[in-house]
Design a protein. Structure first.
Length: 263
């Protein structure tokens, strides 16, 4: 599974402090530690920091690129910030993210094509997050159609079926699993699928356990990637084990060590 490390996010106090104080060493260490823990790419989100979203995003991107050529997942809800930040990217890029509304897709998909980026598109529009499988599938179909219409290669498209916290939306995990399974069948080749994994356990007590169980279930449904905490060893091991049990990875007695060494 493609792991996008979630920790370079201004929502975390230590990251917010590092951004505002321009502590490049702290950010670079955090980036490298996530990669060493098993992340394949790095999500970059300035969060609620002082100093301007664009300036902070540009600084983060440039700081990270000084120490790694790993893909950068540029995470902002502001289109103008996204478009300008991508100009500073030398590493491979993932746009995170577009909503499923036609107007949003008509801006973000061409941007992905223009910048040779992959795109994450959420099954959410002006009406909110669908409450069932059918709503997510309908939005997913719109996303795929728009991607094809604008010339984005479908293998460069990630659909995020949007997981909500299980403590307030207990029916949503099953809806996400069903949406992944059904959307995988409607396109040839199918898009990739990604989730912001930590959302499922937000404000829950057993966060690591919930995340670990859900990622294994999602891998079984066809999940390709997750924005997740690469520092959570139990979580990483659950994702690797799920792929072994589904024959996506070869089994050996030291399969976890083998997986990490072959990255």
């Amino acid at each position: 599974m493609f792991v996008i490390g979630e920790r370079i996010n201004g929502m975390f106090k230590e990251v917010k402090k590092a951004i505002e104080e321009r502590d490049a060493e702290a950010i670079q260490k955090l980036a490298l530690r996530q990669l060493e823990a098993g992340a394949d790419a790095l999500d970059v989100n300035v969060g609620p920091t002082k100093g301007g979203a664009l300036n902070n995003m540009q600084w983060l991107i440039e700081t990270i690129q000084e120490v790694t050529d790993a893909p950068i997942c540029v995470d902002t809800a502001k289109f103008e910030v996204m478009a300008e930040a991508l100009k500073r990217c030398e590493n491979p890029t993932i746009i995170n993210s577009s909503k499923a509304s036609p107007d949003a897709l008509d801006r973000y998909v061409p941007l992905a094509v223009e910048t040779n980026s992959q795109l994450i598109a959420l099954t959410i529009d002006e009406t909110g997050v669908p409450q069932d499988v059918d709503g997510r599938v309908a939005m997913g179909a719109t996303i795929v159609t728009k991607a094809m219409g604008h010339g984005l290669p479908i293998p460069d498209l990630y659909i995020d079926p949007v997981i909500l916290p299980v403590n307030v939306a207990p029916k949503q995990p099953a809806a996400v699993l069903g949406a992944i399974s059904q959307l995988r069948m409607i396109s040839d080749p199918p898009p990739k699928f990604v989730i912001g994994l930590s959302n499922v356990s937000q404000n829950c007590k057993e966060r690591s356990l919930l995340n670990s169980a859900f990622v294994a279930m999602c891998v079984g449904a066809g999940l390709d990637a997750a924005i997740m905490d690469a520092f959570d060893e139990q979580l990483m091991h659950a994702a690797i084990t799920a792929e072994v049990l589904l024959e996506k990875q070869l089994y050996c007695d030291d399969y976890i060590a083998a997986y990490m060494s072959n990255r």
